[in-house]
Design a protein around this ligand. Structure first.
Ligand code: 1GP
Length: 257
């Protein structure tokens, strides 16, 4: 990390200042190294706060090369968002250590973490312990299939609330509600609000966000950090539009909405 601010303190600082953050999700299988300078230029212009890198399936053998190249191009913190322990790369700045709290698959709750622990300990990566909840976004996504777990139904905010609260009580530092990459429907506002009221750690929302309005809605409902992948890949003009919407969203008391 060198003299860089820690990723967690950056997220906390945003919250304390009543600001919202935006993370651009980069899927290594969809990126070409030669496209990176332009993409990172767009991320800088839009003041993207964090770069998330990873996916449920990463088939690109040059994952490490991609991270190293990214590191040379930007000071935006690079956070691994791993689908498996093979996506641990010490050249990044941090890693979301995801525990899939919405599922009952012991391997994704703790098993893979045990296997990855010695490698992570030596990696120097900032470890961000994250309670990860998959929310039904209207169709099966890669993550729900690969994880062999059912998502939380979108009309059951109480289940999400209790699960997120349990994650906080277990000592997790972040909660991430994800309706999965390319979801038809993003996480419902009602669910975000219910979870926001129950926890006091930062809340990340992603999956299926395609418009500035959807990003703004999630922020107004209580998200601290919005993650967008697909929409930015398909239409780079959305990068400044969605980033601006997130940065303009001010802290609003969820009770008043
Ligand atoms: C998926 O939350 C991320 O895990 C982002 O989803 O690609 O649909 O933006 P999208």
């Amino acid at each position: 990390m060198g003299d860089q601010q820690s990723i967690y303190s950056l997220i906390e600082q945003l919250r304390q200042q009543g600001r919202k953050g935006i993370a651009m999700l980069l899927d290594p299988d969809k990126l070409r190294i030669e496209e990176l300078p332009e993409l990172i230029g767009q991320a800088h212009s839009a003041a993207i706060d964090l770069l998330f890198v990873g996916g449920s399936l990463v088939m690109d053998p040059d994952f490490d090369q991609l991270i190293t190249r990214l590191k040379a191009l930007t000071r935006i913190p690079i956070v691994l968002f791993p689908g498996s322990p093979s996506q641990v790369c010490p050249a990044a700045d941090g890693i979301l250590l995801l525990s899939l709290l919405s599922g009952r698959n012991a391997d994704l709750l703790i098993g893979q973490h045990v296997l990855a622990a010695p490698v992570l300990a030596k990696s120097g990566l900032e470890i961000l312990s994250t309670g990860y909840l998959i929310i039904d976004g209207g169709r099966p996504t890669t993550v729900s299939y690969i994880s062999n777990s059912s998502p939380i139904p979108a009309n059951k905010p109480q289940i999400a609330l209790c699960t997120a609260l349990a994650g906080q009580q277990l000592g997790m530092k972040l909660i991430y509600l994800d309706s999965g990459s390319g979801a038809d429907q993003p996480v419902p506002k009602r669910m975000i609000k219910a979870v926001r009221k129950a926890i006091n750690i930062p809340l990340i929302i992603g999956g299926g966000i395609r418009t500035p309005e959807q990003a703004l809605d999630a922020c107004r409902a209580g998200a601290d950090l919005i993650v967008v992948g697909n929409a930015f890949e398909k239409d780079p003009e959305l990068i400044p539009q969605i980033a601006d919407a997130v940065h303009k969203a001010s802290m609003i008391d969820v009770d008043q909405l």
